[in-house]
Design a protein around this ligand. Structure first.
Ligand code: HEM
Ligand SMILES: *[C@@H]1O[C@H](CO)[C@@H](O)[C@H](O)[C@H]1NC(C)=O
Ligand SMILES: *[C@@H]1O[C@H](CO)[C@@H](O)[C@H](O)[C@H]1NC(C)=O
Ligand SMILES: *[C@@H]1O[C@H](CO)[C@@H](O)[C@H](O)[C@H]1NC(C)=O
Ligand SMILES: *[C@@H]1O[C@H](CO)[C@@H](O)[C@H](O)[C@H]1NC(C)=O
Ligand SMILES: *[C@@H]1O[C@H](CO)[C@@H](O)[C@H](O)[C@H]1NC(C)=O
Ligand SMILES: CC(=O)N[C@H]1CO[C@H](CO)[C@@H](O)[C@@H]1O
Length: 333
């Protein structure tokens, strides 16, 4: 059995009550559902495949959901919760309005199918990691081992998403700091950003680079002429706010290192992506991954596994449960 040791928590509440200071290690395990839901993996492989056959864009949708869920108060499926009167949820934060509905549905479909075979056993947080992994495989990416045992949270606040999520117009120093804040190295950050090898960005995230880059230059000088032409074609002036362009213009549906090769040719779409090649601390990793897909897969998988352990809750408590419906917390008696 393989274990991923996650973290040690001091139980502050017990200290306050004057009880012995207790520490427990929370760990995720690869065999966590082997007895309680032996058909989990094959069931989710089937629902994911079905979604992917209908529309390939779902792969990127779920990968981004995994990132945004884990990055904001830990991998607890808080991203899937609906806003309620008086509480705006993470999903509806400005940064998150572009969360893929198709991606959310892929997790919901997996949950429905899994509830049929082993009701009340598998958390939405674990399903996000599993659906993301299945879809990465279908998009041609690496197959990697998963660790389970996350519980779902009961809170989701838009302001947390605003506080934690990085933005495409942040400087590279800010982005490095954002990742360092969550204990991710520069190398891990570059490896994870390779996730932009699939999926889309709305014109509003990058069209300033072709129309209104700065007070002195209209077009971002770090964008090659092909990339400028593509962006002009996708995002004409006054374009509908729903229109999107590829993040990787050479192989948009393939989970490969073309994303890094694009950056070497100044063909990146988001400014934050292109800056990885321009900043001295990140450029060496772009070159490494552009030259060696196997190496990128290795680093990507390791960083994904680490991301999957962020602030996970494995012990039942007031803010931890196995949600019945991923969009709502369970009713409490
Ligand atoms: C510096 C950090 C990051 C920034 C600034 C960033 C920014 C963005 C932006 C602006 C979009 C377009 C959103 C839209 O317009 O709908 C996007 C999409 C996406 N991001 Fe990131 N991102 C970052 C890190 C990551 C990481 C770590 C992952 C996963 C490993 C990831 C996966 C994705 C995916 C798959 C999409 C496409 C979503 C879709 O097509 O539905 N991103 N990102
Ligand atoms: C998806 O498409 C592939 C190839 O067309 C097919 O072999 C497979 O049965 C389909 N799977 C599902 C679940 O629809
Ligand atoms: C990093 O964390 C510090 C302290 O919590 C915070 O003030 C700062 O805004 C964070 N920086 C970024 C880029 O997220
Ligand atoms: C161009 O950018 C500047 C500064 O970022 C902004 O104030 C201005 O409104 C923008 N103009 C257009 C046409 O988007
Ligand atoms: C711009 O970059 C893309 C890769 O994203 C490349 O295919 C294209 O040839 C480049 N164009 C120029 C003019 O360098
Ligand atoms: C690519 O990276 C892999 C994994 O680290 C390594 O085993 C392999 O030797 C590298 N290939 C080349 C051509 O450097
Ligand atoms: C900050 C941001 O990008 N907000 C946008 C989120 O998505 C909605 C609808 O797609 C836009 O209207 C916002 O401008």
């Amino acid at each position: 059995m393989v274990k991923a040791v996650v973290a040690w928590f001091a139980v502050a509440a017990l200290l306050l009550q004057g009880t012995l200071a207790t520490q427990f290690s929370t760990e995720l395990r690869s065999d966590y559902y082997d007895l309680s839901c032996p058909e989990l993996q094959s069931t989710v492989a089937r629902t994911s495949w079905y979604k992917y056959n209908n529309s390939r864009v779902v792969a990127a949708g779920v990968l981004r959901i995994f990132f945004h869920d884990c990055w904001v108060t830990g991998c607890d499926a808080s991203l899937m919760l609906m806003s309620t009167p008086g509480n705006e949820a993470e999903k509806d934060a400005q940064e998150n309005l572009s969360i893929s509905g198709d991606g959310l549905d892929a997790v919901t479909q997996a949950k429905l199918a899994v509830e049929e075979i082993c009701p009340g056993v598998v958390s939405c947080a674990d399903l996000i990691t599993l659906v993301a992994r299945e879809l990465i495989i279908l998009a041609g990416g690496p197959r990697y081992q998963l660790f389970y045992g996350r519980l779902d949270g009961r809170t989701s606040r838009a302001e947390d998403a605003v506080a934690f999520l990085p933005r495409a117009r942040d400087s590279m120093d800010q982005l490095i700091q954002n990742f360092a804040n969550q204990s991710f190295s520069i190398r891990e950050m570059v490896a994870l950003l390779g996730g932009h090898t699939i999926g889309f960005a709305h014109c509003s995230e990058f069209d300033y680079r072709i129309y209104n880059y700065s007070s002195t230059v209209k077009v971002d000088p770090l964008m090659n002429s092909t990339a400028v032409e593509t962006a002009l074609g996708v995002c004409p002036i006054g374009v509908d706010v729903r229109i999107v362009g590829n993040l990787d213009n050479t192989t948009p549906e393939d989970f490969d290192n073309a994303y890094f090769q694009n950056l070497q040719q100044r063909g990146g779409v988001l400014e934050s992506d292109q800056m990885l090649y321009e900043h001295p601390l990140t450029k060496p990793f772009v070159n490494m991954y552009a030259a060696n897909n196997t190496l990128w897969y290795q680093d990507f998988v390791a960083a994904m596994e680490k991301m999957g352990t962020m602030n996970v809750r494995t012990a039942p408590g007031p803010d931890a449960e196995i949600r019945q419906d991923c969009a709502f917390i369970n009713p409490r008696p």
